[in-house]
Write a protein that binds this ligand. Sequence first.
Ligand SMILES: Cc1cc2nc3c(=O)[nH]c(=O)nc-3n(C[C@H](O)[C@H](O)[C@H](O)COP(=O)(O)OP(=O)(O)OC[C@H]3O[C@@H](n4cnc5c(N)ncnc54)[C@H](O)[C@@H]3O)c2cc1C
Length: 378
Amino acid sequence: MSQESTSTPEPDVVVVGGGLVGGAMAFGLARAGARVCVLDEGDVAFRASRSNFALVWVQSKGMGMPEYAAWSKRSADGWRDLARILQEETGVDVAHSQPGGFTLCLSEAELQQRVDGMTRLHNQINMVEYGYEVLDHAETKRRLPDIGKDVAGSIFSPVDGHVNSLRLFRALHEAMQRRGVDYRPGRPVDRITPEASGFRVFGPWGEIQAPRIVLAAGLDNARLAPMVGLHAPVKPSKGQVIVTEKTAPFLHHPMVTVRQTDEGGVMIGDSQEDLGFDTVVTQPIVSLMAERAVRMFPRLAGLNVVRTWSALRVMSPDGFPIYEQSTAHPGAFVTTCHSGVTLAANHVLTLAPAILAGALPEAVSPFTARRFHVPAHA
Ligand SMILES: Cc1cc2nc3c(=O)[nH]c(=O)nc-3n(C[C@H](O)[C@H](O)[C@H](O)COP(=O)(O)OP(=O)(O)OC[C@H]3O[C@@H](n4cnc5c(N)ncnc54)[C@H](O)[C@@H]3O)c2cc1C
């Protein structure tokens, strides 16, 4: 096996995967002073990062794990800094805006279900505090004049926002490369072996060594993690998205299923289906999404759809992130989550510097995969 040819010295850290999570980790590590090499299979792989809904979303997150609500809120709070840093370092405006988000409900029963869910969420011990309001039809219409008569009411929270996700992806890549990250596309990692001095990483392209390794390979983390004594039982969860032609700005807040992008198109999403590695767009799901969106905003019926797509979320068994350092092979970390846009600020500003320092922060201690190791009862 040949050594991967390189003009740069051995990196301090190899990051496997150059999606939103790997990009954020690599940029954060380089910003903190590390020499970083990113090995990325590239667009041929399943890549949630180029097909998501672009929300920076906090409301409704963390049922069953309030630490996740706190982690999401912390990232939402850090997003203004991240957007500013990316703009300063790359000149790319990621169109971050955090005007607060709505969850629109199309019946009284749906609204009541949401209200009950929010009450249970916020009644949890150690739940992070943030405001939210339950609005009836009239108050929702006062704030969102274009809603249809079928909207029974909504939940509004001031913490939610959105970005231009493709520009975020580009900005992270540009930022990491300007910081000297050695980004290598077309380098799938087949195998990793722990050694006394670190980790040896192999692929059809050759091999490379580093004292630290960060697994950020999305769905492939499930295969790679056991090679370094970690466990990342992530599975695909399919989401379908519709985008319309551009139209004059009318929607100044993101919703969990409808948002107008900074460029004018309206995105409608995003379903959740557990169908393995299937990425086919299916008409019944897309029709249902469109029908609900038109009931929310009747003016959408007059817009042409320009594209539909589906993509795979990177989902752990309980839906929460997995962040862990290997105890068998210290220096190996796994980082995976299904909200890589929302959590990008934490990944760049908190997690990456902590990994360089050698230990994960206390705030992420609940997110180890040890929570899945429940002993079987007799
Ligand atoms: C429909 C949909 C809607 C979403 N909406 C939102 C949202 O509104 N807000 C939000 O915060 N998040 C959202 N997400 C989730 C977000 O897109 C993901 O959290 C994020 O993209 C995950 O990034 P990742 O880098 O972990 O994985 P990926 O984007 O899948 O990237 C993995 C990377 O690893 C590389 N790779 C894989 N295997 C290997 C290997 N063996 N060797 C080398 N490289 C490898 C791939 O080439 C790829 O570049 C959504 C996702 C979907 C699918």
